[in-house]
Design a protein around this ligand. Structure first.
Ligand code: SF4
Ligand code: SF4
Length: 367
């Protein structure tokens, strides 16, 4: 196992972390604990969960596994999160989490899921930072962290406030282009950096041909995607949401076979991605100012599903719109083809044509 410093905290964390959001059978505690033990015995010491994962059942399983780690003298760090913003609500949440996790203090506690800067300002007004600092003074949480879905200048602005010791954010070979600015702040403020969703939600292993720019001779696509992340010296931990102990063993093998790239080799890999990711919406939101209030990034994300999911008989666009975004196709039909969004698009996507196709799927060409 490789270990790195978590920012300026002095904590040494494993580059491979365990995410508790994907257990195959959450009600089979013995199986979940076995999976966590396989990781811990392989040297993983960073374990991340959240109250929302399986409606607190993930935290309960973590607590049982932590008891077993202690019995076996295996060191570990516990990371979890809260959406609560007021002092009362945060204290109630922490009380429940400490009981479920079966620990006296949470090592890395996250203000959970900042999705826009207004949301952050509102949480601050509610007193989230004061509550976190009070918990820290009382020894109930050890490090104040944030998890964020912001991109570009916005994530940099959030982190440059200098109020956190670490950040958890989505970063992978699928979306790395829109998150580079986070690293400016991570370096300047000496923050710990934990990245989640390293396989792009399954897109990378399901479409290895698109991501072959990551691979070196003999490297499998999953190992290549993890190696790419570990090549970033700023990344302290890469979280993988493990379902089974077999997956744990595969990720541990990726560590064994890891040969770090130099900075210029990593830059060459990133540059080599352009052709492979051509035509894929990266979710950067530069186009998101439509005069008719069409949520363009959401529709273009939906179109990505069509590109990545070509199985006959499925309706990837309809399913994504319905179940992920709760959007109606007809909204795409409001486009007047003014062209403003296409001028702003960082990926040069033909947004107007795709919106037309989404609005009238029967006219869609086969991919
Ligand atoms: S081209 Fe269509 S979607 Fe794009 S900004 Fe204009 S009206 Fe909105
Ligand atoms: S359509 Fe283009 S500008 Fe809009 S989110 Fe996607 S990549 Fe970014």
């Amino acid at each position: 196992m490789l270990y790195r410093e978590y920012g300026r905290t002095g904590e040494k964390v494993s580059v491979l972390g365990f995410g508790g959001m994907r257990f195959a059978h959450i009600d089979d505690h013995d199986e979940c604990i076995r999976t966590m033990l396989a990781a811990a015995e392989g040297g993983v010491n960073y374990f991340d969960t959240a109250p929302g994962y399986f409606e607190t059942k993930s935290e309960t399983v973590f607590g049982k596994a932590f008891a077993e780690f202690r019995r076996r003298n295996i060191p570990f760090y516990a990371a979890t999160k809260t959406f609560a913003t007021t002092e009362d609500a945060i204290y109630r949440e922490v009380e429940g989490q400490l009981k479920r996790l079966n620990i006296p203090a949470i090592d890395f506690y996250h203000i959970w899921s900042i999705t826009n800067l207004d949301n952050w300002q509102n949480r601050k007004k509610d007193g989230v930072l004061q509550a976190f600092r009070k918990l820290n003074d009382e020894g109930l949480i050890r490090h104040i962290c944030v998890s964020s879905h912001l991109i570009d200048d916005e994530i940099k602005e959030l982190l440059m406030e200098g109020v956190f010791e670490g950040v958890l954010f989505g970063y992978s070979a699928y979306n790395f282009k829109t998150r580079q600015k986070a690293f400016d702040a991570i370096r300047e403020k000496k923050l710990g950096a934990v990245v989640m969703n390293p396989l792009g939600g399954g897109v990378i292993p399901q479409h290895p041909e698109r991501f072959s720019f990551l691979q070196r001779p003999g490297e499998g696509i999953v190992a290549a995607a993890l190696h790419f992340l570990w090549d970033h010296p700023e990344i302290s931990v890469t979280l993988v949401g493990f379902e089974t102990d077999k997956q744990v063993q595969e990720a541990l093998a990726a560590i064994e076979n890891y040969k770090p790239r130099t900075e210029s080799e990593l830059a060459a890999v990133k540059a080599g991605s352009n052709a492979s990711l051509e035509g894929i919406c990266t979710g950067c939101s530069y186009c998101d100012d439509c005069p008719h209030e069409i949520p363009i990034p959401k529709f273009m994300d939906t179109y990505n599903q069509k590109i990545f999911n070509t199985k006959a008989g499925e309706d990837p666009i309809g399913n994504r719109l319905r179940w992920h975004w709760n959007l109606d196709r007809s909204i795409a039909g409001k486009c007047t083809a003014c062209g403003q969004c296409e001028k702003a698009c960082t990926q040069h996507i033909d947004i107007i044509k795709r919106l037309k196709e989404i609005a009238s799927p029967s006219a869609a060409p086969a991919l």
